[in-house]
Design a protein around this ligand. Structure first.
Ligand code: SF4
Ligand code: FES
Length: 372
């Protein structure tokens, strides 16, 4: 089990990432140093997951350029490096968004990841919270240069709770680490190599474990999705609400995804990096009972609307901490209120018309006429 999070050692290595300097402890990876700065400076990570030991080093989306290795040896590193697997040195200078090489390489990595990935976002339950979708928007191209048939797999039913779509899998290994580190027995893994690689058929056995649902939360794409939520709703139409219950198996702290009073889905709470949140130094994995069997609002103590990043499509009109832009017109006009250039209400009564008083057939005729 990797439930304990190491206490941070004192920060005394200075590293500069995209011209921003931050102090971190020796042994910190470049990715985690960038996360300390936050924002666009932080490279994307499709396979690294800080709460899963050994994760990272598989997808290459987190590549960065090291322009100077350290104060002691300021030579640049000749190749781009995986920031999740490369530790900082004192005086290191790193380029991410300020490096054309990195942007170019990342576009190439995205192209590779999309070679076999089906473009089924319109019917995929992960849409709206898919890291591959975000990467595609940022670095993807409209077309593909790939001329061969995409990989296909025998459909496999892995039980009543989790839907496996092997065609969407990017082989990040996160689900195997969950099985390895949260359950007693890992019974699935990656079989074969290269184009034939797939997560093994024994995944169906891993599903029996009470913490198997966490594989859904760590999967960065729609390869593992919640069968109890499947096709029920688009995630951006639901309302995420923080809730908790007294659970003897897990932390019991979850996000309920509601439509009206109906609970459509239950997930662990995520942090700003899309990873499960930690409480008292322990990751807040949730058990299958909380995830799949507590689908009534009355099962939970509701805490309030979840704090969703306002740039996320899920945040539409319902994120907390909304800061409206400052109204500056009156300020620059010496305190005078702005006048509307054209106030339609002063010249038209269109909004005052009582629609219910209009004769039905005549109205539709009017529209028909207009459309011709
Ligand atoms: S199923 Fe998801 S979590 Fe598992 S290896 Fe594939 S992409 Fe990663
Ligand atoms: S996140 Fe670093 S290689 Fe995947």
């Amino acid at each position: 089990m990797t439930n304990e999070i190491k206490k941070e050692a004192p920060a005394n290595f200075k590293v500069t990432i995209d011209n921003i300097t931050v102090e971190v402890a020796p042994g910190t990876s470049i990715l985690n140093a960038a996360r300390k700065i936050g924002g666009d400076v932080t490279p994307p990570a499709m396979c690294y997951y800080s709460k899963l030991q050994g994760s990272g080093g598989k997808c290459r989306t987190c590549l960065v350029e090291v322009a100077a290795g350290s104060t002691a040896d300021p030579r640049p590193m000749p190749n781009l490096v995986a920031s999740c697997r490369t530790n900082v040195m004192d005086g290191m200078i790193v380029k991410n968004i300020t490096s054309e090489r990195v942007q170019d390489a990342r576009a190439g990595v995205v192209e590779f990841l999309l070679l076999n990935h089906p473009l089924d976002c319109p019917i995929c339950d992960q849409a709206g919270e898919c890291h591959m979708q975000d990467l595609g928007y940022e670095h993807g191209k409209e077309g593909t240069r790939y001329e061969f048939k995409r990989r296909t797999f025998e459909l496999e039913d892995i039980g009543p709770y989790i839907q496996l779509h092997m065609t969407r899998c990017i082989l990040c290994y996160r689900c195997t680490y969950v099985a390895d580190q949260l359950t007693d027995n890992r019974v699935h893994g990656i079989l074969d190599r290269g184009d034939h690689a797939e997560i093994s058929t024994y995944i169906s056995k891993a599903i029996d474990n009470d913490f198997s649902g966490n594989m859904i939360d760590v999967c960065p794409v729609g390869a593992l999705t919640d069968k109890t939520f499947r096709f029920k709703n688009r995630v951006w139409f639901t309302k995420p609400v923080d809730a908790h219950r007294d659970c003897s198996t897990c932390c019991g702290k979850v996000t309920l995804w509601q439509r009206g009073d109906d609970v459509l889905r239950v997930t662990a709470r995520k942090d700003e990096w899309g990873e499960v949140q930690s409480y008292d130094g322990k990751p807040g994995w949730i058990c299958n009972t909380c995830r799949f069997h507590k689908k009534k609002a009355s099962d939970w103590v509701i805490e309030g609307v979840s704090n969703i990043n306002r740039h996320s499509v899920i945040a539409q009109n319902k994120y907390q901490g909304l800061i409206m832009p400052k109204e500056t017109i009156a300020e620059v006009m010496g305190g005078r209120e702005p006048k509307l250039l054209m106030d339609i209400h002063s010249i038209s009564d269109v909004n005052s018309v009582d629609i219910s008083a209009l004769p039905g057939p005549a109205t539709s005729k009017t529209f028909e006429k207009k459309e011709q």
